[in-house]
Design a binder for this molecule. Structure first.
Ligand code: AHR
Length: 498
């Protein structure tokens, strides 16, 4: 008998969590550092088209296929005058941008962003400024985007080249308004009152809007989760989603704990899911509010946030390694396992700023975290299955004993295809893993994609772009409902089934 560690995953296509919302495969693009300028838009670059759009970045983003894109911030949002960013480019003002101490040229704005989303196939998610902005400004932006021609702001849009309404569904009511760093920060009650009045005016322009209320900007905030309770209680009937933000860190270089962070992501959702149930019951309401994790990623290595009053400064250009990719993979598995309550998620951000893609004027680099996002986005569809996992445990400082294996799975009944997403958290041991389907089993594992390596700190660079890159392995028949494979240490594996 082998003494190698073994694990077993049991799946049943009838034991589901619920439908997976495609909007959990979303991204976030902020006017910060080089995300918009030199990332999405760089006139004069050999990679850009006649409109200044970087075709290489657009092509890479198409591989990620973000179903929604949140814009324009972030902390930037709370000082943003959206009127600066529309109309003839020559007349748009250059401004000192206070969130990131940068120069904002406004050469890219709302209309360019909507055009970009259409080209990418992403649903735009716009934020309204509830920092320096007022509720009239929020309503005016909805009129500009969604009203038919025949009123001042809608006619302004038409004059700017967009006669048809942009028809933007998803709207964030401010950004991280709980944070003292936020321009125009408010306490929970004052935020809730302002958000409710903004929502009222915005919906008078367009009753079909889906509105996202600012929740806490992190679990370490002293006001968490009381802020969320106050905001929800006051705005329950006008909100569709409560936002949550979180950035994972391995600043203490404790890889075993870092690789177990999915425990924390799951408990974050649990707390807020409980709060949603509490407020719903308190209001005796039939209405539901869901969660929008509209900023999430690993971020702790590059904390440069002062732009020194430069245009497109290099800010928080985190370099991602293998262990970061394994955390991102597990985070996305949490999205699947909690798809009952989590309906939107936006990877922060999409290019250059804490992003899966880095650019120079000549080309781009896919970072390690590009691959788990692309794989989930391509293969997780239909229903999320509730996996039953039996695996050896290991000790972590932060979370106590944790299983070595992290699992999520999906099944798309319409096309008869499925996927199983597996992370082996061990740094040293391969895990002999049996995936067993109870009830209807697929006939075949049609393909296996795997990201792995010996060094958790290994990272891609422009000089060595393929240090952390997926490899394809052969699948095989599912026999008597079972398929066994060896998962290398520090690995993320996707099984595709039919
Ligand atoms: O994504 C970077 C910043 O992190 C965002 O602007 C802000 O919302 C968060 O604090």
């Amino acid at each position: 008998m082998s003494d190698r560690p073994t694990a077993r995953v049991s799946l049943d296509t009838e034991r589901t969590v619920g439908p997976i919302s495609p909007l959990v495969f979303g991204g976030f693009a902020e006017h910060m550092g080089r995300c918009i300028y030199q990332g999405i838009y760089e006139p004069g670059s050999p990679q850009a088209d006649a409109r200044g759009i970087r075709r290489d970045v657009l092509a890479a983003l198409r591989e990620l296929n973000p179903r929604t894109l949140r814009y324009p911030g972030g902390n930037f949002l709370s000082g943003y005058r959206w009127l600066d960013g529309v109309g003839p480019r020559a007349q748009r003002p250059r401004r000192r941008e206070l969130a990131w101490k940068s120069i904002e040229t406004n050469q890219f704005g709302t209309d360019e962003f909507i055009d970009y989303c259409r080209e990418l196939g992403s649903a735009p998610m716009l934020g309204v400024n509830l920092g320096t902005g007022d509720i009239a400004g929020a309503a005016a932006l909805v009129e500009y985007c969604n009203a038919p021609q025949g009123s001042a702001y809608a006619d302004m849009r038409a004059a700017n080249g967009h006669p048809q309404p942009h028809d933007v569904r998803y709207w964030c009511l401010g950004n991280e308004m709980d944070g003292p760093w936020q321009i125009g920060h408010l306490d929970a009650q004052r935020y809730a009152e302002k958000a409710r009045e903004a929502a009222k005016m915005m919906r008078w322009h367009d009753p079909e809007l889906k509105l996202i209320l600012c929740g806490s900007s992190g679990t370490t905030m002293p006001s968490y989760p009381e802020w969320d309770r106050v905001a929800l209680e006051h705005c329950w009937d006008v909100a569709d989603y409560l936002s949550l933000h979180y950035y994972a860190s391995n600043a203490d270089d404790d890889t075993p704990s870092f690789l177990a962070m999915s425990a924390q992501f799951e408990s974050h959702i649990d707390t807020l899911a409980g709060l949603l149930r509490y407020v719903k019951a308190k209001h005796r309401s039939a209405h539901d509010v869901y969660l929008s994790w509209d900023e999430w990623n690993v971020w702790y290595k590059d904390r440069q946030m002062d732009g020194g009053w430069q245009e497109a400064p290099h800010l928080i250009e985190e370099v991602y390694n293998l262990e970061d990719a394994l955390v991102v993979a597990q985070w996305m598995s949490v999205f699947l396992r909690r798809c009952d309550v989590l309906k939107i998620a936006c990877l922060a951000q999409v290019v250059n700023v804490i992003a899966p893609i880095l650019t120079t004027s000549a080309g781009l680099l896919k970072q390690s975290i590009f691959y788990p996002f692309a794989l989930f986005s391509a293969h997780a569809a239909g229903s999320s299955l509730l996996p039953h996992v039996v695996a050896p445990q290991y000790e972590t400082k932060r979370y106590g004993p944790m299983p070595l294996l992290d699992v999520s799975a999906s099944h798309d009944e319409a096309i008869g295809q499925g996927a199983v997403f597996l992370v082996n958290r061990s740094q040293t041991e391969a895990l002999e893993t049996e995936v067993r389907w109870q009830g209807a089993a697929p006939a075949q594992v049609t393909g296996i994609t795997q990201l792995s390596g010996a060094d958790p700190k290994a990272a891609n660079s422009f000089a060595r772009p393929d240090v952390v890159a997926p490899r394809e392995l052969a699948g095989g028949p599912v026999q008597a409902g079972s398929f066994t494979l060896s998962l290398p240490p520090l690995s993320f594996t996707v099984l595709r089934t039919r």
